[in-house]
Ligand binder design. Sequence first.
Ligand SMILES: [Zn+2]
Ligand SMILES: [Zn+2]
Length: 366
Amino acid sequence: MTTTATAAVANEPQGKFDFETVELDDLRPDEVLVRNEASGMCHTDFVGQKTMPLPAVLGHEGAGVVEAIGSGISSVKPGDRVIVSYPSCGYCNGCLSGRPYFCDDHLTLGFSGTRLDGSHTIKLKGSKISGAFFQQSSFATHSVTVERNLVPVTKDHAAEMLAAIPCGVQTGAGSILNTFKVLPKESLAVFGAGAVGLSAVMAGKLSGAYPLIAVDIVEERLNLALELGATHVFNAKDGNVAERIKDIAPQGIDYTLETSGNEHALNDAIACLATGGECGMVIAPHLGEKYPFSPSAIFQRAANLRGIIQGSSVPKTFLPLLLNLNRQGRFPYERLIQVYDFQDINQAVIDTKSGKAIKPVLKMDV
Ligand SMILES: [Zn+2]
Ligand SMILES: [Zn+2]
């Protein structure tokens, strides 16, 4: 039986999304068909749009209801509600050691436009197109995805609350709670107050970090960071960020998280580190990009500079934790969400790129 879906298709690297009826491939034994109720949107979708063969169906933060299962599936059944998070192969050393965020194949699984074996999941007018974005392509009414990606959840959560968390929010919160494991009174500075950065601020508050610093260039976002738990905020437009941070933390900062992708922010995040401190980068640098910082700043302070993928999170355990913390009022990420009807996806793109929307979520089920 042919399964069709309505998908928002990207035809040009910077262009608008066009709605099309697409054909989804038959399920493999380890695959699941999810009817998406909602999908988050993040800047990684635009990276995919620029780097993958087009046309493509993007979207990598799905949430919805299981509609059909492959022959080898036992952990979910039709009717179950799920979040669809990031993919991992299940066979490499990272996956076998319980650290799917270290999966050797994460780039291929995310951005190749196909399954790991090179086969396509989506056809448009009879031709194969790029799908399987993060092995889900959730800018569509239905996704072919893999059992390993799924996080079963209860039915009582609003769809937008589920679709908001499986990538950027998970990355921000996980960087603090899983990667850094920040302890009370350890200091933390977060550069960039978008969805990832503000999630890190909320997690920093949970950890008892002090001082808990947020840096951005947009005053409203800095005010929101204060409301969400930052103890100090700095507008980078005023200059000398590292100097001003040292005024309040003369020995430097234990942990810095760079979420903006801006080279000045990375310089500052390194320059303000304490001896033995650690700086995490969560935004992919442009391929081949060179940053002009001096490695002596790292060496002299015996500091670490590291990449962080998905906040070192195992989604099946970490996303239910975030939902629980939210229920308790201790991780109020609903403050970041802006909901759009799926048909308004192009407006959501404009608002995401302009910074007007912090965490856009498309709702298919309206
Ligand atoms: Zn793997
Ligand atoms: Zn993302």
